[in-house]
Ligand binder design. Sequence first.
Ligand code: ATP
Ligand SMILES: Nc1nc2c(ncn2[C@@H]2O[C@H](COP(=O)(O)O)[C@@H](O)[C@H]2O)c(=O)[nH]1
Length: 212
Amino acid sequence: MFDRRGLMLILSSPSGAGKTSISRTILQQDPNLKLSISVTTRPKRANEVDGVDYFFKTVDEFNEMRDKGELLEWAEVHGNYYGTPKAAIEIELDAGRDVLFDIDYQGAIQLYERCPEDIIGVFILPPSIAELKHRLERRADDSAEVIRRRLTTAQQELKQWESYDYIIVNHDLDDSCAAVASILHSARMMPSRQKNLSNFISGLQSELDSIL
Ligand SMILES: Nc1ncnc2c1ncn2[C@@H]1O[C@H](COP(=O)(O)OP(=O)(O)OP(=O)(O)O)[C@@H](O)[C@H]1O
Ligand SMILES: Nc1nc2c(ncn2[C@@H]2O[C@H](COP(=O)(O)O)[C@@H](O)[C@H]2O)c(=O)[nH]1
């Protein structure tokens, strides 16, 4: 009903808690929500597509983008570099589309600092560490060594929960998707996000004046 600037919805979690699964579902359900496609130096997994899941870069290419100021945020995560390309985000937000970021807590902290007005941050927790390990093993994308490294990083990641606006324990995937969709739905209705709200309310008041 009102023009509005898009918002930035961040999903973070320890690796394997389920944020990519949740993201895929809500992106399919919501045509006004666009994924921020990160750049990474991590090797491509068998099921991933360059330009869809990530833009896969060499370390030199990544450093060049970072040094030219083309990244909105960046971080080293699990021994690889990841970053958010800036240009695409501004286009989506200015057009009133919301952008979903699947990024770690270091990136989330940078975005909270740079664009505090635009951010909604959601932290996803696994139901237990045994289930987290099980999900990483069942996903079968990573070696035992990489899984161990990701579980080790989870110790640091779990401490970051207080930086976020919402916490979801991802027991059931459908319930978690519904919870994220509901957070997004509510955030869109905040007065600060609805550009022409004061004009609309003035119009209602004039209408009242004219009939009373
Ligand atoms: N609620 C759930 N119940 C059972 N399995 C789940 C649930 N959510 C996700 N999974 C499964 O757990 C595995 C890890 O999920 P996913 O890849 O979405 O995690 P992630 O948080 O994005 O991890 P990463 O940070 O490594 O990208 C996948 O195999 C996924 O199908
Ligand atoms: N700070 C950023 N973190 C990012 C970005 N893109 C992804 N990530 C996070 O990295 C880990 C590992 O992801 P995986 O695909 O290798 O399993 C995960 O926590 C992602 O959220 C980014 O642009 N910036």
